[in-house]
Structures are given as structure tokens and as C-alpha cells.
Ligand binder design. Structure first.
Ligand code: GLN
Ligand code: ZN
Length: 781
């Protein structure tokens, strides 16, 4: 029988109930019973929605108090021994300590879930790790769903994905070698589910969408042969990319069904329908789990009907991935107009889309004719709306010339011209842009937004803050100043609000990690810049000082990457539109006398496609977009860029191709190790490797920063080195900020003296101070 289902549902709640309950629990304001009640209430609601919408299953086990990878570790009993917890008696408080650290132990590491903005906790495994089973929370949730009368499909992260994403703490130990131990643990979990009378279990193996090494691929057949013995029907879910390369493997794997993501990779379908075994389910994800656009129901139905001709009732209808990456409920968006709302579907609305499509498939298109007509109207309105389409913008992108993505002269020429007027000392100092955002700044911004603070007063408040920041920087002796970004709460939202083509939701929150949620803007239309966005602030700041003031912009790739993006144009075209808007701002800044301009691209690396074979294409258009944004200015104008987490040694040629005059990167937490690649590659332009970690309030001593400057000078010639913190300072307080910057300036003074005396910096062999910090910065997306 054809079935309708989703791969998972967001857990945060339509009003972020989970976030608020978690945080209250952490602050000791509510007890465990109150927190667990919030979780149970949310699950009850979400399951009821799935059922009411007409799905055949509800997904259970997709809930997590913090993260699904941590949940899997906790289910298997594989928690790091360094915490000293009893895996089988783990308390909720201890679970949160694994996620957030405690006074004795740093938290588990956190990293991005594939190419989403969700972050999972990285399980730590070693040669001793046992998988003897942990707490039974997963089973409680399955039982809970069943006791509420739902046809329940438990959802698990598969053993191979779990091992692949885990980190080996034993040097040289390949996590795949732990398979013989982890497999019985999974088998036990499945048998417990079978004993409860569960029929279908969804097992997620998204690593199949990566370019997996052969040993991992070889493991699939034996693993699933073993797991299929548990007496359940397994639906093996893939998502986020094509798995067409593995169509033979997947069609012969001893599982009862396979799920494909047809939103990300529609073309893969043919590889599967051509040879699909008659007894196996193929679940087709046609409703986008990761974006907010209403489904083109007629288009989806066409796809499904064509597949149905081959698959019959072995065809299931689904979301492309878990809906975890969508906001929860569109019904709360009361401030968007009706036309705009009609273009959208959040998680709850997607449930109905999936169910509707199944109905159309089973009972014929006429049975959903109303929904199809409405959907056609939505598609037509998006194709023709003058809110979306601006011919002038499209024409400008089409008219781009190669020269638009190139500075007038090559870097060495620019460097001379820039040096001539900037006249900076060796090892020039700067910061990344933001300064501490105090409660007063936030309050003023919020009041202005609500209309409770007149524009004049708001401007005065921001100018006062800029004045303060400039004074402090002058007093510290920083060379290239910033205005501090007090007027921005978010580096994408600030620009999105001023560009055409962006819309904002009230409640379109998506979980980023733990209790942290983000509310990405919706990039729905052609992008242009009606008026200058930052010039007034930067000009005001420059008027307060004779030192160069650095203008501060967010780059096109980062704006794209941190938004919900329209699905009717290639991402490359959209990015070029943004690039042109940023270019206009860069040119206006230059004209206003701002001759050092930073274009932040912290999300440049995270835009990389999952498959390495697609990297070059991405890097080419992303790089072009950055250069388009940066190349409208004279040689004398110095373009900076900034990227956080500098693990981009594998894409250094592309970073160099951005041709920024100066790049500032995060390196202090890795003890400058991340800089080594820049040296080996002989990165040609100037670099500012961060000399202190802004994620923690700790103020390192002078020697520590001096040591990092010296280490940097071993790889990058001192003539091309800058000195700066790792990232923006907006989440820090003033006392530690001033103390740290003071220290940074002192370390720089000492380094300069030494350079003047010896022509080089001494090599410092003292060991690194190891300090793991977990905190937020401007880049916590
Ligand atoms: N200019 C921004 C800031 O200083 C950069 C933040 C970021 O890299 N994400 O906050
Ligand atoms: Zn940063």
C-alpha cells in the first residue's frame, strides 16, 4: 500500500517552547518534571498534527532534548568515559552536561550536520567503547506515540552513519572497526521494537550521499543483512544528495524499502525505477524538508504518477528529509500578506502536502483537484509577480563581464598604492568588526524597531556608541578602526532588511543547535539595493578619527547561505544579484571616503557541496560573486574579508582567488595550525590570523599572544601579517574586551620592536596553552 510519511518533525515547538523550557531548566527555574512535560506535550502535538494531516505514520524517536546524534550515543550506551557517568543510569542533567560541558569536562564537540545549519554533537569513541545499551528514552517515546493510538514509525540514525560521524579518540583507530560491537547493539534495539509490535523502522544513512570510501560502502550489505534479522521492516533513508551511484547496492540490500531525496536530486529517480525489485518500497521525498516554499503539487504528482507506473503501491510519498530544517507552523505568520503566505509551507503545512499528494496518487488527480488548482495559482503568481521579478536586476547579472569580477591591478600593485596612503606600521592591528553589544544597545535597537524610540533618538544612541568605540580604539592604539556594528543584531538580517527581495517571518525559527535557533530571512525575489545601507554610520565613524575606518559588509555567499533561498533560480544567479547589490554599497562607501572595506564571508566554506566532485563548480561561482562585490573600487581601496573556522586548507586556491587584499581568519584555537596551509600554499596576499580566542572571556597573557604572532611569522612573511582577534566581539563584555585588546597591542609592540631590531621574529618553541572554549560569537549560525 502506498503510504504517506515524513522523515522527522522539528522538536523546538511552534513558539520555541522547548528552547525556553531547556533554558529555564539550566538556570534552575523549573524542575525536571516540568521540562519533561514540555517535551511530552510537544511530541503529543506534533504527532497529532501528523495524523490529522492524513499521514499513515507518525515519526517517533526524532525528538531530542539536545541533539539526535547524542541521543543515539545515549541509546547505545556509548558515552565518553571522561565524564564518569553510568550510561544506563544517565540523568537528564548529565545528558545536558555531555552536550554543554561541566566544570570538570568540556562538552562533546559540535559540528554541522551535512550541509545544513543544524549542528550535532560528535560522539567520542575509542578502542574501549562498549555499546551495552544506555537509557531507554527512545523506547519511552515510541511507547508514548503508540499509547496515543498512532501508527508509529520509529526513526534511528543508522550504524554506519553513526560510526562515520563519530570521532575516534584512540589514535589510528578507524571507527569502522567498531562495527562488530555496535551492530549487536543496534540489533538489540530493533528486537526491542519488534517485541513491541512495531512494523516499520526508518534507519537514516545519509552518508550514502557523500563520496564514501569503499570499505564503508562494502559494510552496507553485511550490516543490513544482520539488521534485517530482527523481524522488522527497515526503511533505509538517504537524503541531501543523489545516491544514484549506489542504486545497485540499494536495490539489492536486504531492507524492505529505501528513501530518496528528490528535491535535492530529482534526476536520481531514473537510476532506481529502471531496476527496482517488485517487493521493495521506494519512498520518494518530493516535499522539501529544508526550505519554506509551498510545493508545486502538480509537478510532484506528475513525478509520482510516472514512478507509480513502475512501482505500483510500493511507492511511498514523503518529505525529502526530516522537517527538522523547516520552521514549524505558518499559521503564526500573521504579519505577512495573504499572497506571500500562499507561496510558503512550513513543517506543519508540509504534512498536508505529503498527505494530499498521496491521496492524489491513490485516488486520482481529480480527488485533489482543489488543492492542485490552488497550487497552480501559487506557482503562476510566483512566476509572474512583480514583487519577485525585476527585469533590470536580471539584465544586470546577464550583462556581467569578466572584468567586473577583477580588480584593476594585480595585488602587488595594489599593495604599493594602499601602503602609500595607509602608511601602516608593520604588523598592523585591527578587529573583526563588532564590539560588545551591551543591554542598552540591544534595548535601543528593539525600542526603535517597535516604534517606541524616535529615529533621531535612535541615531543619537548609536552615534554615541560609535563615538565610544572609536575613542576606545584610539586609546588602545589600534591602526585600522571599526565602527563596532551597534546597529546590527545579525549580519545577514541587517542587510536583508534593506535589500529588496527579502522578507522576514515572526516565528520562522529553525534549530541550529541545542536551544539555539535561527530565523533566516526569506530570499524570495530579485535582489537590489534601493539605498545605501551602511554609508551613514561608517562616514560618521570616519569623521571622528584620522585613522582609517574600515567599512563592514556581509558578503553575497554568506547572505545566500544563511537565508531561505528561492527555488526558481540557480543559486549562482541569486548570489550574483546579491553581489551586485553589495558592490553598489562598496562603491558608495569608497565615494564617501571609506577606503578600507571588509566583506565578511564566514559561510563561504559551508556552501561547499557534499560531493567533492561538485566543489569546483561551486567555488567558481561563489568566488566570482565575491569578486564582483569587491571589484568596483580603485586599487587604493583596501578590501578585507573575514572567515571564521579556517579549516579551508583544501580550498586555498579558491580562497586566494578571491583576491582580497587582506583576509582575517580564526586560528588561535588551533595554535596557528590552521595557518600552516597558507604557508605551504604560499598564499599571496595579506593575512590576519586571529591571535586570541573570542569565544571565552579569558584574557591570555602577552607572552601567549606574542608566541602566536611569532608562530604566524614562521609561515607568513611578517610584511604580509596583520594582528587581530579571531572573530567579532559582540558577545563579549567590555572589561575582557579591553583587557584582551590591550594585551594584543602590547604583544604587537614587542613584536615590532624585535622586527625593527633583528629584521625577523624569533622562533618560539614554548608549548601551546591548551584551553578549550565553548561559546558564541558572531558566527554561531
Ligand atoms: N563583522 C562581523 C563581526 O565582527 C563578523 C562576524 C562573523 O564572522 N560571523 O561580528
Ligand atoms: Zn568570524
Amino acid at each position: 500500500m502506498t503510504k504517506a510519511h515524513v522523515l522527522g518533525f522539528p522538536r523546538i515547538g511552534a513558539q520555541r517552547e522547548l528552547k525556553f523550557a531547556q533554558e529555564k531548566f539550566w538556570r534552575g527555574e523549573i524542575d525536571e518534571a516540568a521540562l519533561t512535560k514540555t517535551g511530552a506535550d510537544l511530541r503529543r502535538t506534533h504527532w497529532a498534527w501528523q495524523r490529522e494531516a492524513g499521514l499513515d505514520f507518525v515519526a517517533a524517536g526524532d525528538f531530542a532534548w539536545y541533539d539526535q546524534m547524542l541521543n543515539t550515543a545515549v541509546l547505545l550506551g556509548a558515552i565518553p568515559p571522561r565524564f564518569g557517568f553510568d550510561a544506563q543510569k544517565l540523568t537528564l542533567k548529565q545528558y545536558f552536561e555531555l552536550a554543554r560541558g561541566n566544570t570538570a569536562q568540556p562538552a562533546l564537540e559540535m559540528t554541522k550536520w551535512f550541509d545544513t545549519n543544524y549542528h550535532y554533537l560528535v560522539p567520542e569513541l575509542d578502542v574501549e567503547t562498549r555499546f551495552d545499551g544506555g537509557v531507554d528514552w527512545f523506547f519511552y517515546e515510541v511507547d508514548e506515540a503508540r499509547s496515543q493510538g498512532h501508527n508509529t514509525k520509529p526513526v534511528l540514525i543508522g550504524p554506519l552513519t553513526f560510526l562515520y560521524l563519530a570521532k575516534s579518540k584512540t589514535p589510528g583507530l578507524d571507527t569502522l572497526s567498531l562495527l562488530p560491537r555496535v551492530l549487536p547493539a543496534y540489533r538489540r534495539v530493533l528486537e526491542k521494537l519488534a517485541a513491541r509490535g512495531v512494523e516499520w523502522v526508518q534507519i537514516d544513512e545519509p552518508i550514502l550521499a557523500l563520496e564514501l570510501a569503499q570499505p564503508w560502502l562494502n559494510a552496507f550489505a553485511p550490516v543490513y543483512r544482520e539488521l534485517s534479522q530482527a523481524g522488522l521492516k527497515l526503511l533505509l533513508a538517504t537524503y541531501f544528495e543523489s545516491v544514484a551511484d549506489h542504486s545497485t547496492l540499494l536495490s539489492t540490500l536486504p531492507v524492505a524499502g529505501v528513501h530518496l531525496d528528490l528535491v535535492r536530486a530529482p534526476a536520481q529517480l531514473d537510476a532506481f525505477t529502471a531496476q527496482w525489485p517488485a517487493d521493495k518500497v521506494l519512498s520518494l521525498g518530493v516535499v522539501d524538508g529544508r526550505n519554506i516554499w509551498a510545493n508545486d503539487l502538480r509537478g510532484s504528482l506528475d513525478t509520482l504518477q510516472a514512478a507509480q507506473a513502475r512501482l505500483g503501491d510500493k511507492l511511498w510519498v514523503a518529505s525529502s528529509s526530516s522537517l527538522l530544517h523547516s520552521p514549524v507552523d505558518l499559521q503564526n505568520e500573521t504579519e505577512l500578506d495573504r499572497e506571500f503566505v500562499s507561496w510558503l509551507a512550513f513543517a506543519r503545512q508540509k504534512l498536508t502536502e505529503v498527505a494530499t499528494l498521496k491521496r492524489g496518487l491513490v485516488a486520482g488527480a481529480q480527488s485533489i483537484s482543489q488543492a492542485l488548482t490552488a497550487s497552480d495559482a501559487v506557482q503562476a503568481s510566483r512566476r509572474s509577480s512583480s514583487r519577485i521579478h525585476q527585469q533590470a536586476v536580471k539584465a544586470r547579472v546577464n550583462g556581467l563581464q569578466a572584468s567586473d569580477a577583477q580588480r584593476d591591478s594585480a595585488y602587488p600593485v595594489r599593495q604599493q598604492k594602499q601602503q602609500a596612503w595607509l602608511n601602516l606600521p608593520p604588523l598592523p592591528t585591527t578587529t573583526i568588526g563588532s564590539f560588545p553589544q551591551t543591554a542598552e544597545i540591544r534595548a535601543a535597537r528593539a525600542a526603535f524597531k517597535r516604534g517606541n524610540l524616535p529615529a533621531e533618538d535612535y541615531r543619537a544612541a548609536m552615534q554615541a556608541e560609535i563615538r565610544l568605540v572609536v575613542e576606545k580604539q584610539e586609546k588602545l592604539g589600534i591602526d585600522v578602526l571599526v565602527h563596532g556594528e551597534p546597529e546590527r543584531n545579525d549580519m545577514v538580517e541587517y542587510f536583508g532588511e534593506q535589500l529588496s527581495g527579502f522578507a522576514f517571518t515572526r516565528n520562522g525559527w529553525v534549530q541550529s543547535y541545542g536551544s539555539r535557533c535561527v530565523k533566516p530571512p526569506i530570499l524570495f525575489g530579485d535582489v537590489s539595493r534601493p539605498t545605501p545601507m551602511t554609508v551613514e554610520w561608517s562616514q560618521y565613524a570616519q569623521s571622528l578619527t584620522t585613522k582609517p575606518m574600515k567599512g563592514m559588509l556581509t558578503g553575497p555567499v554568506t547572505i545566500l547561505q544563511w537565508s531561505f533561498v528561492r527555488n526558481d533560480l540557480p543559486r549562482s544567479d541569486i548570489t550574483l544579484q546579491i553581489a551586485l547589490a553589495i558592490r553598489d554599497e562598496v562603491v558608495d562607501l569608497e565615494q564617501a571616503g571609506i577606503r578600507v572595506i571588509q566583506i565578511d564571508e564566514p559561510a563561504f566554506r559551508e556552501g561547499l557541496p557534499l560531493k567533492k566532485s561538485d566543489w569546483q563548480t561551486y567555488l567558481a561561482w561563489a568566488g566570482q560573486a565575491f569578486r564582483v562585490s569587491a571589484s568596483g573600487v580603485e586599487d587604493e581601496t583596501q578590501i578585507h574579508t573575514h572567515m571564521c573556522y579556517s579549516e579551508f586548507n583544501d580550498i586555498l586556491p579558491a580562497i586566494a582567488a578571491l583576491d582580497a587584499d587582506v583576509i582575517t581568519i580564526e586560528t588561535s584555537r588551533s595554535d596557528m595550525e590552521l595557518l600552516a596551509g597558507f604557508g605551504e600554499f604560499a598564499y599571496p596576499n595579506e593575512i590576519g590570523p586571529g591571535v586570541y580566542d573570542i569565544h571565552s572571556p579569558r584574557v591570555p597573557p602577552v607572552d601567549e599572544m606574542l608566541r602566536l604572532i611569532r608562530k604566524a611569522a614562521e609561515v607568513v612573511p611578517a610584511e604580509r601579517l596583520w594582528v587581530n582577534p579571531d572573530c567579532g566581539l559582540k558577545t563579549r563584555g567590555w572589561p575582557e574586551t579591553e583587557a584582551a585588546l590591550n594585551t594584543m597591542l602590547e604583544a604587537t609592540r614587542r613584536a615590532r620592536l624585535e622586527l625593527a631590531k633583528n629584521g625577523v621574529l624569533a622562533v618560539d618553541h614554548s608549548p601551546a596553552k591548551v584551553e578549550i572554549s565553548h561559546g558564541e560569537c558572531g558566527c554561531a549560525h
